[in-house]
Design a protein around this ligand. Structure first.
Ligand code: ADP
Ligand code: MG
Length: 690
């Protein structure tokens, strides 16, 4: 065995030669080219360039803050270097008279062209240039590139590495799948990526489309596909309650049919169809894993209620979980309204309950007295033990991270009997994600809004017309209708956000003396929030001033006007969700987006799109193309998501190949499957089960 890996590297998970070898460059630096300062000044405006010279000035300035300014000279041309943070050792390295080689981009500073924070090396003018690209590795604090490069290149020489990287994939399979490609074998690909030869194609190495990258990406996708298919077959082997439509006899009526009777509307045909799909899943004896997708206002809640009713009819508990307190409360109130007349015990469970109330709720859950449990992620805390959970519904599933979704399964499921899971979301999943991270998720789509919905008219107005808007609100309220006034998102300061909301509420109270103005914001206690929401629902409050706490799920049909202040600060999805609060009743609905100038080009386009487009799927697509899939997977875990070298957009075509290869491997070469998983996924395989 080779010498032990330094602790700093171990901390990064690079604890073996294999881990080091699979730690591939995140990018490359082209140090093969050395320009004169004159050339650098010309060519370095849009790309990083390398040049060199003798230090002729080295000064610490205090204008406006402490900084190091160094000038280097070569053949009569001078280049200025500027360092806003620096160490004494750097000052010394760049002492007057020293010869340095620097690389960076040139930009126009106050005193002419300069490089800000270039990489600097003290090298003789004739020090040889590298012949190939220099890899740059992902690193954590305190680990230098030099240390990484050394460790990786010695790992590549480890006597075991050849065996570890040995080609698993049968050449016959590769040849069939990729007849037109001469793919390098794995070891060759990996070696090339670490130590690109002088004649390797620079561009494709940099943009990760080089065949060596393709090979690695394919391997990684293959491991992911295998693992997804396995997760799927594991799920199918698990047992879950067979929840079927209850048979009714004489006086014994089912809760499901009772619910259908009390609903003030008929299901749309899209709702009928998804309810069929879900009903079928529930009856099959293995855990459902289904996403119910439908635009804001398409009526997902009632489907959740029907599924819950059926579970309860079969003697099981059902749980509905929502990401925010306010949304969970809305569900709770709705479920109480629908279910309590049918004799179903509905229980509320959230983090904000007092200890005593919480214990009481937990007891009800544990004793199976609670039949329908609604709440926030307090539902999946350690102290909650479901007696007989048959169905868990997770609303706005994308708001929960991968980790939390895993927790749901682990906390709620039991080894003997798993529960059915149904997720709900207004955000469509793009095809590439559906084929990868979400591949073991069945999807039902409600593609139709309930009848009688009036389209929402969206208007975009300058903030300077605020008084006109307030007059409009007054006329609106005078018609007996209600309205929302949404206060701006202030990301830097929650306190400031609160302050603006309070000020707006005061100003609107003065401007609208004949109406009651209410205020709801994130800092309120949940019972205070609930009281305000209940008053708004009962039309005791006519104008509700709110911070973004009302973003999802709130449902007051008589409120058909929404004013959003500083709409330019909101993203696509937020505005779409927000305005989905209106347009639920019979009145014509209006959403007014007020904006302050100056407006960035992006904000201008966003507001314009929102004015013209009301289809949530179209909006979500625009949104995704801007933000990438990380957002959907849950912002934070996209970083440790399993695909390290694959970019789903760029490498979409590889996914299908990997899918076919995975099928073939599982069917024809089962002994290779484990090896492939262990090599590429290690502990990250867990993520796939969520
Ligand atoms: P979302 O899909 O955004 O969660 P909701 O379930 O909150 O939508 O439904 C939005 C509104 O539409 C609610 O007021 C709900 O009662 C109503 N609704 C749902 N289904 C129908 C239907 N088939 N006909 C009429 N109204 C419906
Ligand atoms: Mg909803």
């Amino acid at each position: 065995m080779t010498k032990t890996v330094p602790p700093a590297l171990q901390k990064m998970g690079l604890d073996s030669p294999m881990a080091l070898v699979l730690h591939l460059p995140m990018r490359y630096e082209d140090e093969t080219e050395l320009l004169s300062i004159a050339e650098a000044l010309e060519l370095g405006r849009f790309r990083s360039v390398q040049t060199q010279g003798v230090v002729i000035r080295n000064q610490v300035l205090f204008r406006p803050r402490r900084q190091l300014v160094v000038s280097i000279e070569d053949a009569g041309e001078v280049l200025q270097l500027r360092f806003l943070n620096f160490y004494p050792s750097q000052q010394k390295q760049m002492a007057v008279g020293a010869h340095v080689r620097v690389r960076g981009e040139i930009r126009e500073g106050f005193q002419g062209p300069e490089m800000v924070h270039p990489t600097v090396r003290a090298l003789a003018p004739d020090a040889p240039l590298p012949k190939s690209l220099t890899p740059v590795y992902p690193a954590s604090a305190g680990v230098t590139q030099t240390v990484l490069r050394k460790a990786i290149s010695s790992a590549l020489k480890d006597p075991n590495i050849h065996d570890l990287l040995v080609e698993f994939l049968p050449s016959k399979l590769l040849a069939e799948l990729l007849p037109s490609h001469q793919w390098p074998n794995l070891e060759a690909a990996i070696t090339l990526l670490h130590q690109p030869p002088a004649d390797a194609d620079t561009q494709t190495l940099l943009d990760r489309t080089h065949l060596a990258w393709r090979r690695v990406q394919f391997e990684e996708l293959l491991a992911q596909q295998i693992s997804l298919k396995r997760a799927h077959s594991i799920r199918q082997k698990r047992r879950a309650p067979e929840i079927v439509k209850a048979t009714e006899s004489g006086s014994k009526k089912s809760i499901e049919s009772g619910l259908l009777k009390v609903l003030p509307f008929k299901l749309t045909s899209a709702q009928d169809r998804v309810w069929d799909e879900i009903g079928h899943d529930l009856s099959r004896g293995f855990p459902m894993n289904r996403l119910l997708q439908g635009d804001v206002g398409s009526g997902k809640t009632v489907i959740a209620a029907l599924a819950a009713a059926r579970a309860i009819d079969n003697g099981y508990q059902a749980a509905i979980m929502a990401p925010t307190e306010i949304l969970a409360e809305q569900h709770f109130l709705k479920m109480q309204e629908w279910f309590e007349p049918l004799g179903v015990k509905v229980v509320w469970l959230s983090g904000s309950l007092k200890a005593k109330e919480k214990r009481l709720a937990q007891d009800l859950v544990e004793s199976s007295e609670a039949q329908l449990i609604v709440g926030t992620h307090a539902l999946i805390q350690e102290s909650v033990h479901f007696a007989k959970l048959g169905l868990a519904v997770i609303d706005e599933q994308h708001r929960f991270g991968v980790r939390q979704r895993m927790e749901i399964q682990q906390r709620i499921g039991s080894e003997l009997l798993y529960c059915h899971q149904m997720m709900m979301s207004a955000t469509p999943i793009p095809r590439t994600l559906a084929m990868t991270y979400y591949a073991d998720l069945d999807v039902s789509v409600i593609d139709e809004l309930p009848p009688g919905r009036k389209p929402i008219t969206t208007k975009v107005l300058k903030a300077s017309r605020r008084n006109e808007v307030i007059d409009g609100v007054k006329e609106w309220l005078a018609k007996g209708l209600q309205a929302y006034w949404v206060c701006p998102l202030i990301e830097e300061s929650e306190a400031l956000q609160l302050q603006t909301a309070i000020e707006s509420a005061e100003q609107l109270t003065l401007a609208l003396p004949n109406f009651k103005v209410g205020l709801v914001h994130g800092r309120m206690k949940s019972d205070e929030k609930a009281a305000v929401m209940a008053a708004f629902k009962a039309n005791e409050i006519q104008l509700l001033v709110a911070t973004t706490v009302i973003e999802v799920g709130v449902d007051v049909p008589n409120a058909a006007l929404m004013v959003i202040e500083h709409a330019e600060r909101f993203g696509y999805a937020q505005i779409h969700q927000l305005r989905g609060r209106v347009g639920r009743g019979s009145a014509d609905s209006v959403c007014i987006l007020m904006y302050a100038e100056p407006l960035s080009q992006a904000a201008k386009e966003r507001l314009q799109t929102l004015r013209e487009v009301s289809d949530g799927f179209v909006i979500a697509e625009r949104d995704l193309s801007l933000r990438g899939p990380g957002e959907l997977l849950g912002a934070r875990q996209s970083g440790d998501a399993m695909l390290r070298f694959v970019d789903l957009q760029r490498d979409a075509w590889l996914i299908e190949l990997a899918q076919q290869a995975a099928e073939r491997l599982l069917a024809e070469y089962p002994d290779l499957v484990e090896k492939q998983l262990a090599r590429w996924l290690g502990s990250r395989a867990e993520f796939l089960k969520a």
